[in-house]
Design a protein. Structure first.
Length: 175
């Protein structure tokens, strides 16, 4: 009689747990929007991107500006040096889940910021994966200062597209 009681209680507990489980896409789809926001590596950047592109490819942007003095670098200003900064946009990498495109901000031959202009965000799963994968890829890029970075486990397709677009941007910047 005890065995039957335990069996009934364990069956009821299992059924309650199964029906009470919320899947990972329960709340994400309601939060998804149709506007794609670029993901950037800098906490606050002085410039913003021109928005997301709906076309297949954006022409590479390469602007150069000189800043002779700045409040933070009085030694460089005293020596009369100028720092060169530019922005380079990599080619669009078409993946099976959507396009991925990287934009690099460079100063004196160093990567100072990475923005992901285009990335897959058509469904809740894409948003979930890219919300953790892209910041990791950006941080790895800033640390390595090259495209020699590891892929993110669970985001292989996005990582591959990111690396392709990143290498394109680095090639355009001659780095």
């Amino acid at each position: 009689m005890k065995r039957i009681s335990y069996w009934v209680l364990s069956t009821i507990t299992t059924v309650v747990l199964l029906f009470g489980y919320h899947t990972s896409t329960s709340g994400v789809l309601a939060a998804s929007t149709s506007v794609q926001t670029p993901i950037s590596g800098a906490a606050s950047s002085g410039s913003s991107s021109s928005g997301s592109s709906s076309s297949g490819s954006n022409p590479p942007t390469d602007s150069t500006e000189s800043s002779g003095t700045s409040a933070g670098s009085s030694a460089g200003a005293a020596a009369g040096t100028t720092s060169t900064s530019s922005t380079v946009t990599g080619d669009v990498a078409q993946t099976r889940w959507g396009p991925v495109q990287v934009e690099l901000s460079l100063a004196s031959g160093k990567i100072t910021d990475v923005s992901v202009v285009q990335y897959p965000n058509e469904n809740g799963r894409d948003i979930e994966i890219n919300s953790y994968a892209l910041p990791v890829l950006i941080q790895e890029t800033l640390s390595a200062q090259s495209a020699n970075i590891d892929m993110v486990s669970g985001a292989t397709v996005t990582s591959d597209g990111y690396l392709t677009s990143l290498q394109s941007a680095l090639d355009q910047a001659n780095l």
